[in-house]
Design a protein around this ligand. Structure first.
Ligand code: ATP
Ligand code: MG
Length: 332
């Protein structure tokens, strides 16, 4: 049963989607479209704060849409749109909201400080305003629920504060959006350094488009047990002892995993074979995606994004009219 509770969630088109994005986010989005009045958007404007890459952007936007649809998002059950296709409404609301948000608080946001430190040559105005733009994405539909990773909770708290401040000044217009956390488990990177991330370079992730050969090649180079120098040595097949085994815990069934662990401890199986098995597990997840992805053309995806834009714009415009009225702007 789809409820009238409006849910929203966005993803930045900063690269190819990987098995981590599927496991951590996409699976949940597909489930929630059955329960909520769900809007999902591809946050291309947000990606410009850190990824100004015009040659890649279009491909990443359409690639994300095709993967989302291949993963089970159904345009009959949710609204899928590109953020910039509603730029007029989102950017207008962003401007109004920017007037109620103190600059000092934005400068203290930990993700801003961290990004500014990492890219000192590109501390742009948009980067500071990122949480205000995110508040506009959410409040434009009076969304009550926002599906986010825990790294976005600070931003969501700011969106709630912006809603409160706006309401105090102009009357009760916006609900205070509540978080719905996505799957907290984080799939580790193939390199063993941190979690799998699409902006970390293709060797560190398994893309949802990789065929079996590509998966095999990447998995063979994955970091495994650093204490196992030779094939004849027993390994340490635990989530802490071996990055490849840790990946098995997410993607390989329990009985096969137990067999691999037993053989590894007895030096009956080497890292090469263990990685082949992991590549098989990855492929079992990816293959159905790849098939559906290949059947869905770019043009089909673009048509669906246009329908999404029109649907989203209709409700966005009525909220904008209400906001203008509340603020006392002349309605001409
Ligand atoms: P970027 O490198 O640009 O930050 P990313 O791969 O970290 O890309 P995000 O766009 O930050 O992906 O996140 C999209 C969604 O996927 C979020 O809901 C996030 O929690 C989830 N996600 C990202 N990486 C993983 C991962 N390794 N395991 C599980 N979930 C993940
Ligand atoms: Mg990320």
């Amino acid at each position: 049963m789809i409820s009238s509770n409006r849910l929203i969630s966005g993803i930045r088109p900063t690269g190819e989607l990987h098995v981590g994005n599927y496991y951590g986010a996409l699976k949940g989005l597909v489930e929630q479209q059955e329960r909520y009045d769900a809007r999902y958007f591809i946050a291309d404007i947000h990606s410009l704060t850190t990824h100004p890459k015009p040659d890649d952007l279009r491909g990443f936007v359409i690639g994300t849409a095709r993967n989302y649809l291949a993963g089970g998002l159904d345009p009959e059950r949710c609204t899928l749109y590109v953020q910039s296709s509603l730029a007029a409404e989102i950017c207008e609301l962003h401007t109004y909201l920017s007037m109620v948000m103190p600059l000092g608080e934005l400068l203290r946001v930990p993700t801003f400080k961290e990004k500014a430190k990492r890219h000192p040559d590109n501390v742009n105005y948009g980067l500071v305003g990122y949480p205000v733009l995110m508040a506009a994405d959410i409040l434009l539909f009076k969304s009550q629920t926002v599906m986010v990773g825990d790294d976005q909770l600070v931003h969501l708290e700011l969106a709630r504060e912006i809603a409160r401040r706006f309401n105090q000044l102009y009357g009760d217009v916006f609900p205070e959006p509540q978080p719905l956390l996505d799957n907290a488990a984080r799939i580790p990177s193939l390199s063993g350094a941190g979690k799998m991330s699409k902006s970390d370079g293709a060797a560190a992730y398994v893309s949802l488009q990789d065929d079996r050969a590509a998966v095999g090649e990447k998995t063979r180079k994955a970091l495994s047990d650093p204490l196992r120098g030779y094939r004849s040595q027993p390994g340490h097949p635990t989530a802490e002892g071996c990055n490849v085994f840790r990946l098995h815990t997410f993607f390989t069934g329990e009985s096969e995993r137990a067999a691999i662990a037993g053989a590894c401890r007895a030096a009956g199986i080497g890292c090469v074979e263990c990685k082949e098995r992991l590549a098989d597990s990855f492929s079992a997840v990816i293959e159905p995606f790849r098939e559906r992805h290949m059947r869905l053309s770019e043009d089909d995806a673009v048509d669906i994004l246009r329908i999404g834009r029109d649907k989203a714009r209709e409700s966005a415009r009525s909220v904008i009219a209400e906001v203008r009225q509340a603020m006392g702007l002349l309605m001409l």
